[in-house]
Design a protein around this ligand. Structure first.
Ligand SMILES: *[C@@H]1O[C@H](CO)[C@@H](O)[C@H](O)[C@H]1NC(C)=O
Ligand SMILES: *[C@@H]1O[C@H](CO)[C@@H](O)[C@H](O)[C@H]1NC(C)=O
Length: 347
């Protein structure tokens, strides 16, 4: 993240999905792609500034140990392990799922270049995993296994944050142009995953990135960045267009789209209604609104992280993530559609 990435939903959402999927029985594995909202530790294996394997990240995790997740997760029990940890073993087993997600990643290769595993690179790694599964299980069994698995993807926040920070005065048509370029890439990336066996896709759209403490802090009135928020809405809508188009073309493709922007804006606009006290400042960080510097061992953090929407300058707290997870799992439109995660799992 710085670095960037945001909001929305979170590693937690994905952790919870994995746990839920495992108990549901019908989903043998979860394959995870995307950015820091889903990174379970791949960046610990990279030479990068975009790391979270230090306190206070992970303070709610078992034993308070930072694991490289960009949040305070404790739901992360039955998780897909990070690819870079798995792949270093000579007899790596990918049947139980794997996470390729990397903090800082974007739809575009250019976003946080050299600081993360880009989405294209993640798909390239997955292509190797696909071949490995086809070898170990046989082609037909591998196809069945993958068709029942969930492919969880959270990507786009970093691209939009970078753009909005650099182009605060972008006109609507400039915003649309950038989003259209992202969507064109995303469309190819989703097609690649389909070609490599993905049949159940959970797509987590970007959150209202303009309301992250980092972007909000940039304005003198401390209001949400309009460019970032408008682009998040456009991006999520266009991603839905791509997925519904694919589902119309491929009848064996099923998807659930979580509109993280719509879901999270409820907490930001009416915090008290959802049990939050602070929806603007970050819990952990330094400087104005704790939004100038990341959450590091030198940062201060708030007394009660359950009453904050944001954990650090870009990421939601666990309290936020849990609410989002519940919505993704059992909710309905306009937050999760055309089906929810429970329904997607059951297919
Ligand atoms: C992004 O990088 C991948 C390799 O990691 C490459 O195959 C792809 O063509 C690149 N995409 C663009 C748009 O440059
Ligand atoms: C922390 O905040 C949550 C959510 O607002 C609230 O339920 C809880 O009582 C608070 N805890 C303390 C110790 O104040």
């Amino acid at each position: 993240m710085a670095v960037a990435s945001v909001v929305a939903c979170c590693s937690l959402v994905i952790m919870a999905l994995m746990a839920a999927a495992a108990t549901a029985g019908s989903v043998p594995a979860v394959y995870v792609f995307g950015d820091s909202l889903a990174d379970v530790g791949n960046n610990n294996h990279l030479l990068t500034l975009l790391k979270a394997d230090f306190s206070h990240n992970g303070m709610d995790y078992a034993g308070g140990k930072a694991t490289g997740r960009f949040s305070t997760d404790k739901l992360g029990l039955a998780t897909s392990p990070p690819y870079l940890a798995l792949s270093s073993s000579s007899n790596a087993n990918y049947v139980n799922g794997v996470s390729f997600a990397s903090g800082g990643a974007g739809v575009s290769n250019a976003t946080n270049k050299n600081q993360c595993i880009t989405l294209d690179k993640q798909i390239e790694y997955y292509s190797g995993v696909y071949s490995s599964l086809a070898r170990s299980l046989g082609q037909a069994k591998a196809a069945t296994h993958l068709a029942r698995s969930i492919f969880a993807i959270t990507i786009g926040s970093n691209d939009i944050i970078h753009y909005a920070k650099a182009n605060n005065a972008a006109t609507p048509s400039q915003q649309q142009q950038y989003v259209a370029a992202l969507i064109q890439s995303l469309s190819g990336q989703l097609q690649s995953l389909y070609n490599l066996g993905a049949r159940k896709v959970l797509f987590l759209g970007t959150g209202p990135v303009g309301c992250t403490p980092s972007l909000r802090e940039m304005s003198s009135a401390k209001v949400c960045n309009a460019v970032g928020n408008a682009m998040a809405v456009q991006y999520n809508k266009a991603a839905e267009g791509v997925l519904s188009g694919m589902a119309a073309k491929y009848t064996d493709l099923h998807y659930a789209l979580f509109d993280s922007s719509a879901a999270l804006l409820r907490y930001i606009n009416q915090p008290a209604e959802y049990g939050f006290v602070e929806a603007k400042a970050a819990c952990c960080g330094l400087g104005d609104m704790n939004a100038k510097i990341a959450c590091t061992p030198l940062s201060s953090y708030c007394a009660n992280r359950s009453d904050h929407v944001f954990w650090d300058f870009y990421h939601p707290t666990e309290a936020t993530a849990q609410k989002l997870t519940a919505t993704a799992f059992d909710g309905s439109a306009p937050f999760i559609f055309p089906i929810n995660v429970r329904q997607l799992s059951a297919i």
